[in-house]
Ligand binder design. Structure first.
Ligand SMILES: [Zn+2]
Length: 409
């Protein structure tokens, strides 16, 4: 198999998580009696452009009908993050009612709503129909399609080009990077700005965040590799910021290569230098990843088995993609974790793919009073601990599995 960006043969494995069902394929009780499809889950690093990427596997159209991952319930932390972003962008670039904002993977309008409030024209692009419909109810114009060259050309033909083009947590989920980035170039106004957020590969490797790996997450991106990809398509990165989201993300700012009026910030060179000095351009940097992931697995299993032997209950919180990768790679089943709590009513009453642990409502925590709550979306642990603060009434404790196993009283 070859690199999905530069086309060189891939020979270096980053990690082999062996196999897993699609992370969002929640099961009904009836489906527990049916065979379940597992796909190989393995990452490679290209020794030429250093793009970390998923192995190719046989896709089932039924299961992978949508490439963008749908975040069903936005946390309050995330909404605040979106609102702050909108205020900052308006301050910095001066958008007003004559501007056009376009967001790819706009979901239910969680972000565009804040531009809308200020009377700034917006367009959302969101292929998941249910979510797109929610956005339209809020009055946000939303196209129910995937983004690429084809859609970009059509928008241009309709006179729609972007002053600001946004994509949060979408770049990593795009199967055809070339088609997607070429589309960005087409639909961007000559003085327009692109911002994209994605989990930073350096954080993933440094902290061994292997639970960020799942089939729908095709690319694992560093700043230097994104710069290569954007340059290849006539786009230049002119600024970059570190964000605390997803255990450590980057927000990049891009413009047309020929738009020299916008100068390149010093943080661009600083970010490249930081990645170089860490060794992101050497294969050695990636070599110990599997061993470190296995250490996290053994620590979690030791803890769970110890509690099980002592007759103490450990419940999990947050039925999201990242939790499924962790539970499946560790081989955890309901003997070690009897139930997982999620606030989404669509998931309650269903079972996690692979591990078959039942998803229940928060009422079960109060009823069964588990001694420990394992927080699967550890990246928003502060918010979850505040929400479940009442478990301290029965001396309940929180457990965070990543980046290192931690018990929080
Ligand atoms: Zn490559």
């Amino acid at each position: 198999m070859n690199c999905r960006f530069c086309g060189k043969p891939l020979t270096h494995e980053l990690i082999n998580l062996v196999n897993a069902p699609p992370s969002n394929a929640f099961l009904t009780r009836e489906q527990l009696n049916e065979p379940e499809v597992f796909y190989p889950l393995k990452l490679f690093v290209c020794d030429d452009c250093f793009l970390v990427q998923i192995d190719e596997y046989k896709k089932s159209q039924d299961i992978f009908s949508a490439q963008y991952v749908y975040y069903s319930s936005f946390s309050t932390t995330w909404l605040q993050h979106a609102k702050n972003y909108v205020d900052t962008m308006i301050d910095r670039f001066g958008y007003d009612r004559n501007s056009q904002i376009v967001e790819i993977a706009s979901n239910d309008g969680y972000l565009l709503q804040y531009f809308q409030e200020k009377g700034i024209p917006t367009l959302g692009i969101e292929p998941a129909e249910g979510t797109a419909a929610v956005a339209r109810q809020k009055g946000i114009e939303t196209l129910g399609e995937f983004f690429g060259r084809k859609l970009a050309h059509r928008l241009v033909a309709q006179g729609k080009k972007a002053d600001l083009l946004i994509g949060n947590n979408v770049l990593a989920h795009v199967p055809d990077l070339h088609d997607f980035v070429a589309g960005l170039k087409i639909v961007l106004k000559s003085q327009g700005v692109i911002t994209m957020e994605f989990p930073h590969l350096m954080q993933l490797v440094d902290d061994c965040l292997f639970d960020m790996i799942y089939h729908e997450h095709f690319s694992y991106l560093s700043f230097m590799t994104v710069q290569l990809i954007f340059r290849h398509h006539g786009l230049e990165l002119f600024d970059v910021e570190d964000l605390p989201t997803q255990g450590g993300s980057l927000r990049i700012f891009a413009r047309h290569s020929e738009d020299s009026a916008r100068s390149i910030s010093e943080s661009v060179a600083a970010h490249l230098e930081r990645e170089l000095s860490k060794g992101l351009k050497t294969i050695a940097y990636y070599e110990d990843f599997q061993n470190r992931a296995d250490r996290i697995k053994y620590d979690l299993l030791e803890f769970l088995i110890e509690q099980r032997e002592a007759g103490r209950k450990v419940a999990a919180y947050g039925a999201a993609a990242k939790g499924n990768t962790l539970l499946n790679y560790c081989g955890i089943r309901k003997d070690l974790i009897p139930f997982v709590v999620d606030i989404s009513p669509h998931k309650q009453g269903k079972y996690l793919p692979g591990s078959h642990i039942e998803v229940v409502s928060e009422a079960e925590i109060r009823r069964l009073q588990p001694e420990f709550i394992l927080i699967l979306p550890w990246n928003i642990k502060e918010e979850i601990m505040a929400q479940l603060d009442y478990i301290r009434a029965w001396a309940g404790k929180f457990v965070v599995p990543m980046p290192r196993m931690q018990v929080i009283p």
